[in-house]
Design a protein. Structure first.
Length: 359
């Protein structure tokens, strides 16, 4: 059954939907967030696709609550729930001439403990231009889809957001290959991709490259989706500064050992992050705290500072250092984009905080 949400999204038509089915609950580990008591599992069925080929996603919904739930999500244009990131962990922009669709939400009525399985097929190529290479998919959910107003209000309060949040904290690898790639090569890549999904975690030690969604190069939407509404925000023409505290942010996703974070954005992209901690910060601790925010983290970059003040330089031009401020420590992660555009930040800040004069 279908219901209109009353607002438009940039979307792509789904090519087909496989028959849906109700099934018994699977005890496999679930990495999704509970929405109206419903958790979700995703499986990308074709992790390697040729240029122009659609993707297939199996979605499993499970009502873990003790009450019946009418769960809503978009199957007719499921791409609304998907964000694509490239190999450098940058979000892939939608093509400028991509179509707009008026989307309706599909309803799934679930009894307590009931599970529902569906497969959707989506054509990414109608809204994206993807070069051959490796990508990651992340799934987002729009809290405005929740049918019950009371449950919607509770979810918005819990996740500190009035619209989009991370639906699943797991990333799903996707490889795009040329049309001429052999079936054997494709199968080998597909097997590798199915064993390399990553859980987004601020403290993951699984890789030298951060998979954290809140990091340099991420968007304001990325930070809001994980940490919720900021305690303070300053949005100017091209620059913005948003601040979160452990007390106000979503508790399960905030940075361990840090009580507040300030993030500076240029054109909506994070280029400087300041962490505030009450802990004693050694060089080893500095590297551990900075790691989740550095897309190209390398432990070797923290073996020796580049200045007498304990500043470390990362291979991509990012600088990291720690300063004592009153009774706590501030860890600054200054990206290369901030260094190159520092004048823009100063000029825009001066428009609302003019320099003081002694004359």
């Amino acid at each position: 059954m279908r219901t209109s949400r009353g607002f438009s999204f940039l979307a792509v038509a789904i090519l087909a939907s496989c028959p849906a089915a109700y099934a018994k609950h699977d005890d496999a580990k679930n990495t999704s967030r509970a929405i109206s008591g419903v958790t979700s599992q995703f499986e990308l069925l074709n992790t390697v696709i040729r240029s122009g080929e659609p993707i297939k996603i199996r979605i499993t919904l499970h009502n873990e609550s003790t009450s019946p739930v009418e769960f809503r999500y978009v199957t007719g244009s499921f791409i609304e729930h998907v964000r694509i990131y490239d190999a450098r962990d940058r979000q892939v922009p939608v093509r400028l001439n991509a179509p707009f669709l008026e989307s309706g939400a599909d309803k799934v009525n679930l009894r307590p403990g009931e599970q529902f399985v569906n497969v959707v097929t989506a054509d990414l190529w109608q809204i994206y231009d993807l070069e051959p290479g490796t990508y990651e998919l992340r799934f987002y959910y729009d809290l405005r889809l929740i049918a019950d107003e009371t449950l919607a209000a509770k979810s918005m309060k819990r996740y500190h957001s009035k619209d989009w949040i991370l639906w699943d904290v797991k990333t799903y690898p996707l490889t795009v290959v040329d049309q001429g790639v052999s079936a054997a090569t494709r199968n080998r890549l597909q097997h590798h991709a199915r064993t390399s999904s990553t859980v987004i975690s601020p403290t993951s030690e699984d890789s030298e490259v951060s998979k954290n969604v809140t990091r340099l190069g991420a968007t304001i939407e990325d930070f809001r989706s994980l940490w919720g509404v900021p305690r303070k925000e300053e949005i100017l023409a091209r620059t913005a500064t948003l601040s979160w505290t452990r007390k106000a942010a979503a508790a399960e996703s905030f940075v361990p050992g840090v009580f507040a974070v300030d993030v500076a954005f240029l054109d909506g992209v994070a280029c400087e992050i300041a962490l505030r901690s009450n802990q004693r910060v050694t060089s080893r601790k500095l590297a551990k705290l900075a790691k989740p925010f550095l897309p190209g983290f390398r432990s070797v970059d923290f073996t020796k500072p580049v200045s007498d003040f304990g500043t470390y330089r990362v291979s991509d031009g990012t600088f990291v250092w720690a300063n004592k401020y009153k009774r706590h420590t501030v860890i600054v992660i200054k990206g290369a984009d901030y260094v190159r555009n520092e004048e823009i930040f100063d000029q825009e800040a001066a428009t609302i905080r003019p320099p003081t004069s002694n004359h």
